[in-house]
Design a protein around this ligand. Structure first.
Ligand code: SF4
Ligand code: SF4
Length: 185
């Protein structure tokens, strides 16, 4: 069984939002909601400013509070390590939304269930990559199987320093951020 993860090379993101548009189209995301977003974060004091392009989405956490708090079992881990939502079991109580430290969930107001990034589970089952990865023109989003030592994500994480968001909260995120894509061997 694979163990899916995503590596995001922030140095390759040009902020074009193609990933955001592709995700919305692929997953029929309502106009007011997002499964992924790209933030332009400016830090420092003028004239010494730095800009960080940061893609954010569900981290498919190993210790996911959204799973442990869900009263119906709608939010759950699959065997491939991803966190998914069984829409038929979801009662729309929003407990998962409150528990998530990353603010990546929302309620689909039309249908009443919680929703978020699924790593495009329907595409994975067809052997395709998530829509955001397939669309990323800069090659900033890299997706693969951490249990395969020869996968691109495994190789990158062995070779390049990386970080996860809010490591201190102990959720065990599976989205890894790097700032320099390594040269291909
Ligand atoms: S990022 Fe939030 S919604 Fe995604 S698995 Fe972690 S706690 Fe759950
Ligand atoms: S909104 Fe749905 S998925 Fe979230 S905790 Fe409630 S029942 Fe579970």
């Amino acid at each position: 069984m694979p163990r899916y993860a995503m590596v995001i090379d922030q140095s390759r993101c040009i902020g074009c939002m193609a990933c955001v548009v592709a995700c919305k189209r692929e997953n029929d995301v309502p106009p007011e909601n997002y499964r992924t977003r790209v933030l332009e974060i400016v830090q420092g004091t003028y004239p010494t400013l730095t800009t960080e392009m940061r893609s954010e989405l569900c981290n498919h956490c190993d210790n996911a509070p959204c799973v442990s708090i869900c009263p119906t079992g709608a939010s759950h881990h699959e065997e491939d390590g991803t966190v998914q939502i069984d829409r038929k079991k979801c009662v729309g109580c929003k407990a998962c939304i409150t528990s998530c430290p990353y603010n990546v969930r929302y309620i689909n107001e039309e249908h009443g269930y919680a929703d978020k990034c699924s790593f495009c589970q329907h595409r994975l089952r067809e052997g395709k990559k998530p829509a955001c990865v397939a669309t990323c023109v800069g090659g900033s989003r890299i997706f693969g199987d951490l249990d395969d030592p020869e996968s691109e994500v495994s190789k990158i994480l062995r070779r390049v320093g990386h970080r996860v968001l809010k490591k201190e909260v102990g959720t065990g995120p599976n989205i890894y951020y790097i700032n320099q894509y390594p040269k291909r061997a």
